[in-house]
Design a protein around this ligand. Structure first.
Ligand SMILES: NC(=O)c1ccc[n+]([C@@H]2O[C@H](COP(=O)([O-])OP(=O)(O)OC[C@H]3O[C@@H](n4cnc5c(N)ncnc54)[C@H](OP(=O)(O)O)[C@@H]3O)[C@@H](O)[C@H]2O)c1
Ligand SMILES: [Zn+2]
Length: 347
């Protein structure tokens, strides 16, 4: 099979197209003919180096977000049949560590991640456990399906599982250039919440308005906290979903109503945030960290998105051999929506 991998770290030029042996599905696994693999921030970070996930090894085939067709079944009983169109949950929890056994599999101690610390979807073929595949309906093409796992899984974990966002509440989310933000706006609108989006870019805010965002705040030219309060009759928002990190963390706290929830899941602007403790404890806010989805939450996210007709926003699609171009596109910051590779013909 053809695959794209990197043997070292560096710029997009380290991505090379190679011929590798076809993988064989083991017990409980399926062989997937990959039709679409969305490019993720983690692919860029681990290409630049160092590898971030425990167990990352070179050479590495990236690609966490995969949709394709079942080509063959490994030994054992299977829910899947050859020809099924599926998307993949990239988080392979072990099922046997203390966290998994206690039902807290989102915090699995031996997590393996497709395209993160095991071979991913920048390839014509890959093997995954059948239990981590989810059927995709005929109305959803492979490119759209490949846009769901990481961004919508993260937004689901943040807004629904951790944040408990309810209909009628007001959510604030930062960064209109982020795939996680697009997913958060889609999910929050479908949940019946009112959505405030903040950005440094007027053009990106206009795209967010097209997706249904109710209030748009350009925080380069206006006061973020003041605007958030103005949009809520002075009360403050119920939930902030902050994946930007230190640059906006303090503002996120001050934009909340008393007793509000701040869900955080990213470190785009750094790994250490500073904030005013008395303000945080006097206002009774709750800080909620959110990581990846466990299998049951992921399945619920897929079911919700498919039943509500949520379709990820496409940016551009490239043949597999143009993976370096796809990385440049995402790195440029010019993309709005998913950048996707097409290892096979997309349906
Ligand atoms: N915990 C997990 O399992 C998990 C999973 C997925 C993602 N994440 C994290 O979620 C975050 C979002 O990822 P992503 O790939 O969707 O988006 P991203 O590319 O990291 O987000 C870029 C956007 O963040 C905003 N931003 C960047 N620097 C900023 C600054 N100094 N001040 C204000 N805003 C700034 C900008 O929005 P504007 O241009 O609109 O201003 C920019 O377009 C990342 O930190 C990622 O690691 C975590
Ligand atoms: Zn585990």
């Amino acid at each position: 099979m053809r695959a794209v991998r990197h043997r070292g770290h560096g710029g997009p030029e380290v991505l090379e197209t190679v011929s590798l042996p076809d993988p064989e599905p083991g017990p409980g696994e399926v062989l997937i003919a990959v039709r679409a693999a969305a490019v993720n921030r983690l692919d860029l970070l681990q290409r630049r180096g160092p590898g971030l996930l425990p167990g990352f090894a070179l050479p590495h085939v990236p690609g966490m977000d995969v949709a394709g067709d079942v080509r063959a079944l490994g030994p054992g009983g299977h829910e899947r049949r050859v020809g099924d169109r599926v998307l993949i949950n990239p988080s392979l929890t072990c099922g046997s560590c203390p966290q998994c056994r206690a039902g807290r599999d989102a915090w699995c101690a031996s997590l393996r991640v497709v395209g993160g610390n095991r071979p991913g979807g920048y390839a014509e073929l890959m093997v995954v456990p059948a239990a981590r595949t989810h059927p995709i309906p005929a109305h959803l093409d492979h490119v759209a399906a490949a846009g769901l796992p990481t961004a919508y899984g993260m937004a689901w974990q943040g807004l629904v599982v951790r944040g408990g966002l309810r209909a009628g509440e007001t959510l604030m989310v930062h960064g209109a250039g982020s795939g996680v933000t697009i997913a958060a706006v889609h999910l929050a609108r479908a949940l019946g919440a009112r959505v405030v989006v903040t950005s440094t870019s007027r053009a990106r805010l206009d795209r967010m308005a097209e997706l249904g965002a109710d209030v748009l705040i350009d925080h380069r030219s206006s006061d973020l906290v003041g605007q958030a309060r103005a949009a809520t009759g002075g009360a403050g928002v119920d939930v902030v979903f902050d994946h930007v990190g230190p640059a906006l963390f303090q503002a996120s706290l001050h934009a909340l109503r008393p007793g509000g929830r701040l869900v955080f899941c990213g470190d785009t602007t750094g790994s250490e945030a500073k904030f005013n403790l008395p303000h945080a404890f006097h206002s009774g806010v709750t800080l909620l960290g959110a990581g990846s989805c466990g299998p049951a939450d992921f399945a619920a996210m897929v079911e919700f998105c498919l039943s509500r007709g949520l379709v990820p926003v496409p940016d551009t699609a490239y043949p597999l051999a143009d993976a370096a171009e796809a990385h440049r596109r995402l790195e440029s910051g010019a993309a709005f929506g998913k950048v996707t590779l097409l290892p096979g013909s997309a349906s």
